[in-house]
Design a protein around this ligand. Structure first.
Ligand code: SAM
Length: 332
């Protein structure tokens, strides 16, 4: 009987969940995972390398052991496999900046009771306004999430062997999709549409890889900027459909259909909810972020994408889950 008795464990963990965000964000901001990776493995060594107090280092290490991000054996610490892959600086998949960004966003959650009452953000500082400085910090922090997904999409579409293709990335942010795909296919060319300051970041990052001559940027708002006609073999719309409402998504998908050559493929990457809204967990909970930050955004169901893409002129829609919170949607 006792195994079936309700306990407060889960609720206590959830009510104090901001401790986890804080410990992860603070450890990331002091490069603790990077120092562990480089061989520092005791509290005093880590405190010295990170230039933090020993008391602080011990508190972070205890918290990280509790969270399963660090393991301890006989007083020596090491990264868990997850932390070694996703929290060591310099790795393309490193989520350290993202963890620090989310720590900085914690306070905004205190508005959630009022936001759910109103059904929209309390201020006009929403994500979809022009030239929002929010993006400048977000786009590099979020790029690590797109690294594995861009590689999976390239594999599915066999982009490496596709020859002289042209790619359109709408809201491309740091240029992570263009950079990944141009690297895989030396004959490909990519065009990114985004706000001017964001394109400047992407241009710099793509140029650092020596691919600037195959990368073009168009500055502007994707609601009002022309995407061209039958010009691209592949188009990408990653981590953006969730900030837009149904009508805007249909209109953008229709412009993307028009910009693709006949037979071209639209790749959408986003947090897609099951049709009965029973999962997956990350997309379901991410909706609160869009309620706080966007006028009409949300996490949309597979059925929403299917219906909107059909209205936009796509006949064939397939979904590919990835080992990240994002699902890939391919539309032709
Ligand atoms: C969440 S980021 C995604 C970046 C990138 N696609 C990725 O997956 O890593 C959203 C991007 O869309 C851009 N964006 C948002 N609203 C826009 C608009 N109305 N016009 C042009 N770009 C916009 C932002 O500047 C930002 O680069």
């Amino acid at each position: 009987m006792s195994g079936t008795q309700p306990t407060s464990d889960r609720i206590m963990l959830l009510a104090t969940g901001y401790w986890a965000t804080g410990i992860l964000g603070a450890a990331a901001s002091h490069s603790l995972f990077t120092h562990l990776d480089a061989g520092a493995d005791t509290t005093d060594q880590l405190a010295a390398r990170a230039e933090i107090s020993e008391r602080g280092a011990q508190t972070l290490l205890d918290g990280l052991v509790s969270l399963g991000l660090v393991e301890v054996h006989a007083g020596r610490y090491r990264n868990s496999a997850d932390a070694a892959t996703y929290l060591v600086e310099g790795k393309p998949t490193c989520l350290s900046d993202f963890a620090q960004l989310k720590m900085a966003h914690m306070g905004a959650l205190a508005d959630l009771p009022e936001v759910v009452r109103a059904g929209r953000p309390l201020t006009d500082a929403v994500v979809e306004v022009a030239d929002n400085p929010h993006w400048e910090r977000l786009v590099t922090a979020i790029a690590a999430q797109s690294v594995p997904v861009a590689a999976i999409a390239a594999d599915t579409l066999r982009l490496a062997e596709a020859g002289e293709i042209s790619i359109l990335d709408v809201g491309g942010g740091s240029g992570i999709y263009s950079a990944t795909w141009l690297r895989l296919n030396p004959a490909a060319r990519a065009t990114q549409l985004d706000w001017r300051p964001i394109n400047a970041i992407a241009g710099r990052l793509v140029a650092e890889e020596g691919m600037a001559e195959r990368f073009t940027c168009v500055n502007g708002d994707f609601h009002t900027t022309d995407f061209g006609t039958a010009a691209y073999d592949v188009a990408v719309f990653s981590h953006i459909a969730h900030q837009e409402g149904p009508e805007d998504n249909i209109a953008i998908f229709a412009k993307l259909r028009g910009a693709l050559k006949p037979g071209g493929t639209l790749v959408i990457s986003d947090y897609v909810v099951d049709d009965d809204r029973s999962g997956p967990p990350f997309p379901l909970i991410f909706g609160s972020e869009m309620l706080l930050k966007s006028k009409q955004g949300g996490t949309w169901r597979r059925a929403d994408y299917q219906s909107w893409l059909a209205k936009a002129g796509f006949d064939d829609v397939t979904f590919q889950p990835t080992p990240s919170p994002a699902t890939l949607v391919f539309a032709r």
